[in-house]
Write a protein that binds this ligand. Structure first.
Ligand code: ADP
Length: 554
């Protein structure tokens, strides 16, 4: 931990800790009647919507905080969740952290063995879960001996008979039985509040332990006009799951700004989302590109339009320009390209324009919007070469991207991986350029960069070009070994159903769009591309699968 010099003259303002519970208390008091709408996941309830307000949410979360304390959950102990975006999950966000315990959101799309590993590594004392995950919890419970109780997030009427889970409790019963002091406890703002594991594409997942202070600062910053720009006039539907990096902070920034919240439960297909957007008047949303593709295809193929939806943030993976263009030009939805990572709470940069960009030709404006964007106040960034020397911000030179700031991880939970910082900076594992205006563009992840004859070829650019072809649904570009150039790009393509496209035609499509040495050496058409638990294409699996691929002679 770094220490800083003390001034002989301290400021004389109130010392009020930045507490997560204070966000919900604020919403209950100042936006008390604003609604939270949730799609339940229990069988029989999936066609209904649950409605209540920030005031109701705060009352129940405060009660749940007492219930957890009553169950012996001590400050700093972890409470796991395996749950969709819904009101009970939202209550736990506040009840667990607000009681001084640590909310550990778990990605249910991980392999059960990995989930058991994470539960044990985090030493979760209580595991709360949606009924969707009953069989999963039955399977992992015998391997998680330190979990004292399992809480099914439902009411008594929906509790299953004869579930093979020890110490199974009903969420609503637990809530009803709460006793004790009816106020949020107050404690130091540096206390741990929430724990998220990175998806661990290589090695075991590692935990990132957020504090109350880091979470509240991130919530303030993420709501700013140049960032997500959420406010009391918005109805926000986070498609990004609450089990993936705290749904990019929206469960905190929505109550902080008095936004109305719509939580879609497990129904994330194009039709269900579109119907919910329309029925509830959603104005703002957030999600990864793969989810947007499903929704956008559904809307465009049927000639539908959004009547209230105006803005979305897309991140977690590079937003393909073709997807951005359809959203902006065809559907009239402003796209904010966001970049970040679990270790950054997660927001680091967001796309947008500066005032003087307004007079630029439309194509140049669009090129700027495609970049991952400008740092948010609180995030400091730089690019460096292989030996750590800082590189210029010229929009061309690509280097390793390093960040620092009050909501960026200093180490991993239980010191996995040891000292992870480089001179106080966190290496993101991304390769990027930064232009003179400070706009950052990710060209690749370090481990995905294709190294050809001493030059770096950015796979994201090549994938974006391929995905602009109307017959391409998804594309991934990987390096395969080459006797002369070390590595050369191989493009793996999933065609749109029912559309024809050949290798030569796709390669011709690249002509004039990239330098000659960037041209993919080969194209392979595949049925599907493997995706991981967060919906990202798993290039490590593709590299393994195609490592013996023979590129055609040039
Ligand atoms: P994990 O690191 O476990 O895959 P994260 O969700 O934390 O999970 O992923 C962070 C990484 O995702 C970033 O380091 C970056 O490589 C990638 N990423 C996130 N947003 C973008 C974006 N807008 N453009 C390109 N890559 C992105």
């Amino acid at each position: 931990m770094q220490t800083y010099p003390h001034s002989p003259l301290a400021g004389q303002m109130m010392d009020q800790p930045l507490a997560i519970s204070s966000i919900l208390q604020f919403a209950a008091r100042h936006y008390g009647a604003t609604e939270i709408v949730s799609r339940p996941v229990e069988p029989g309830l999936q066609d209904t919507l649950h409605r209540y307000t920030w005031r109701d949410c705060e009352r129940r979360a405060r009660r749940m905080a007492r219930a957890l304390a009553g169950r012996g959950v001590a400050m700093g102990e972890r409470v796991g969740t395996l749950a969709w975006n819904g009101y009970r999950h939202l209550e736990l966000y506040y009840a667990v952290s607000g009681s001084g315990a640590v909310l550990h959101t778990i990605n249910p799309r991980l392999h059960p063995e990995q989930i058991a590993y994470i539960v044990n590594h985090a030493q979760d004392r209580i595991l709360c879960f949606d009924i969707t995950f009953l069989a999963l919890v039955e399977a992992i419970a015998p391997h998680c001996p330190e979990v004292r109780a399992f809480v099914l997030m439902t009411d008594r009427a929906h509790m299953p008979d004869g579930a093979a889970i020890p110490n199974l409790l009903c969420y609503e019963d637990l809530l009803d039985g709460a006793t004790g002091e009816d106020a949020w406890p107050v404690f130091d703002e540096n206390a741990a509040a929430a724990l998220c594991y990175t998806s661990g594409t290589t090695g075991n997942p590692k935990g990132v332990l957020y504090s109350h202070r880091s979470t509240v600062l991130h919530a303030y910053a993420s709501a700013l006009p140049n960032v997500l720009n959420v406010g009391a006039l918005d109805t926000v539907l986070p498609v990004v799951p609450m089990f993936h990096v705290n749904a990019w902070g929206l469960p905190y920034s929505a109550p902080l700004t008095g936004a109305r919240l719509v939580l879609p439960g497990a129904a994330l297909d194009g039709k269900s989302l579109y119907d919910l957007f329309e029925a509830e008047g959603v104005t703002f949303s957030a999600g990864v590109p793969t989810v947007w593709r499903g929704l956008v295809d559904y809307v465009v193929e049927r000639g539908l339009r959004f009547s209230t939806f105006r803005r979305t943030v897309i991140g977690g993976a590079a937003c393909p320009p073709a997807l951005m263009d359809t959203l902006i030009d065809t559907l009239g939805v402003q796209v904010i390209h966001g970049w970040g990572m679990t270790e950054m709470s997660p927001l680091g940069t967001t796309g947008g324009l500066l005032a003087r960009h307004r007079t630029l030709p439309a194509a140049e404006q669009r090129a700027l919007l495609r970049k991952q964007g400008h740092a948010i106040f609180g995030v400091d960034m730089k690019i460096v070469d292989d030996v750590g020397a800082e590189l210029p911000w010229d929009g061309r030179t690509a280097g390793h991207l390093l960040v620092r700031g009050p909501w960026i991880a200093a180490r991993y939970f239980r010191d996995e991986g040891g000292d992870i910082l480089q001179d106080g900076w966190f290496p993101t594992g991304d390769v990027a350029t930064i232009d003179a205006d400070g706009f950052m563009q990710v060209t690749d992840r370090s481990k995905d960069v294709i190294k050809s004859g001493g030059e770096w070829i950015g796979s994201i650019d090549l994938e974006n070009i391929a995905m602009a072809h109307p017959a391409v649904l998804q594309a991934a570009c990987i390096g395969v070994s080459h006797p002369k150039w070390d590595e050369r790009p191989l493009l793996l393509v999933q065609r749109r159903p029912g559309m024809a496209l050949g290798r030569e035609e796709l390669l011709r499509f690249f002509e004039g769009k990239v330098a000659r040495f960037w041209m993919p050496d080969d194209v392979v058409f595949v049925e599907a591309l493997p995706t991981g638990a967060t919906g990202k294409i798993q290039k490590n699996r593709l590299r393994e699968q195609f490592k013996a691929h023979r590129l055609p002679a040039a």
